[in-house]
Write a protein that binds this ligand. Structure first.
Ligand code: 25A
Ligand code: L14
Length: 340
């Protein structure tokens, strides 16, 4: 029996995430009948490869989704806000990677390892939101702990790669690094300060409460995905001069007693996770281990002696893959297999 093939669109196909979405559709052997590639007028006519075929990029417009079954969006929040409703109106379910729809109470916010049941709610608006990259890798690790020991509070600091900002930021880190090692003047356009050989405690824009939007996304999205508004979350998000792979230092306090050795065993069996934790052999996950693969890597799991039930850990994943494209394609897969 051959499975039913779908008409799939990728909006923002020429961006860092959109490109990876195309690769993930290939790798997952997704049942694609036709693939439509959409971007802004800047990219019209560019040819992108999918399974040996070359496909021309078209301009995204209100009519792009007629006859389409699923659209994967990664073209920025404004574009999603404007165009996702046109897709939904034409019966095309949107899996949106931007921040536009994530906190809409009618839109499910999904990490397949954690809350796949929420995909059923795609019928509300025809839109499913893909969480923020830093949130995805954190909740993959936290969900098994929350289910067993009930999380009270999370303190997280991130070390985020420049690819999260898109292609122009990847070029900026490369160009600044090359300029600096050649004793030349460097230019900056994407970030407000030099990112080469530096750390910037500033991701997305600042809010009135002194936190950045990225930090508040981690607070609000974590509670929505874990379906528990009582969890305390406080975040500091930092940009570091790494191309691919976000790292996070996470402190977790639970209501019930738990220890680092119990958590290690628990995470070892959990879906989507690889525990890499053997300090004697210098084994702990690095951004370079995270890049280019789909698992969430966890190490440095140790007891926090400063509170009754606390642990610390270090979490790494590929921000463009599990943090964006892979997660979106996993959602789309469940959608076609179980709902469409
Ligand atoms: O608003 P958000 O949600 O915070 O998201 C902001 C941006 O962050 C990236 C993504 O950028 C997004 O646009 N992003 C979002 N979530 C991410 C995540 N989890 C994430 N990155 C990593 N992890 P991007 O560069 O990866 O992709 C941008 C894509 O969107 C298309 N696009 C933009 N405006 C559009 C549109 N498509 C349709 N209609 C519109 N109005 C964009 O296509 C790209 O595919 P493009 O044709 O505009 O870009 C082609 C090339 O041009 C570069 N470029 C982008 N902006 C400009 C530009 N060049 C010159 N001037 C510009 N203003 C792009 O880098 C691309 O290579
Ligand atoms: O909200 O610049 O998904 O690293 C993720 C990447 C926001 C920007 C999101 C970055 C985006 C962020």
């Amino acid at each position: 029996m051959s499975e039913k093939k779908r008409n799939v669109a990728v909006a923002g196909a020429t961006g860092a995430v959109g490109n990876q979405m195309i690769r993930c559709l290939e790798e997952a052997d997704f049942p694609v009948n036709s693939l439509k590639l959409l971007a802004s007028s800047r990219s019209v006519g560019r040819m992108l490869r999918f399974k040996g075929d070359l496909i021309a990029v078209e301009q995204l417009n209100e009519d792009s989704f007629k006859g389409m079954d699923i659209a994967l969006f990664s073209a920025g929040g404004g574009t999603s806000e404007r165009f996702a409703p046109y897709a939904a109106k034409d019966g095309c379910v949107v899996v949106d990677n931007s921040s536009a729809w994530r906190m809409d109470p009618d839109v499910p916010l999904v990490v397949p390892e954690v809350n796949p049941h929420a995909i059923a709610d795609h019928t509300n608006k025809g839109i499913i939101a893909n969480p923020n990259c830093s949130t995805i890798q954190m909740v993959v690790a936290l969900d098994p702990i929350h289910k067993k020991y009930h999380i009270k509070r999370i303190v997280v600091s991130t070390y985020q790669a420049v690819s999260g900002t898109g292609k122009k930021a990847i070029d900026e880190l490369f160009d600044q690094t090359r300029a600096m090692i050649n004793f030349l003047d460097y230019e900056k356009s994407v970030y407000p300060h030099r990112i080469a050989f530096n750390c910037l405690p500033h991701i997305d824009t600042f809010l009135d409460n002194g936190y950045t939007k990225e930090e508040m996304k981690m607070v609000n999205e974590t509670r929505k995905i874990l379906e528990d508004d009582t969890i305390g979350v406080t975040a500091t998000t930092v940009r570091v001069p790494v191309f691919y792979g976000h790292s996070e230092s996470v402190n977790v306090e639970t209501r019930e007693p738990m220890s680092a050795s119990q958590v290690k065993l628990l995470l070892d069996k959990a879906p989507g996770i690889k525990v890499m934790d053997d300090p004697e052999k210098n084994l702990y996950p690095l951004a370079t281990d995270g890049a280019g693969q789909d698992l969430t890597l966890i190490g440095r799991i140790r007891d926090d002696a400063s509170v009754p039930n606390g642990i610390n850990m270090w979490i790494v994943a590929d921000n463009i893959r599990k943090g964006a494209a892979t997660n979106a394609v996993q959602i789309a897969r469940i959608l076609v297999d179980e709902y469409l």
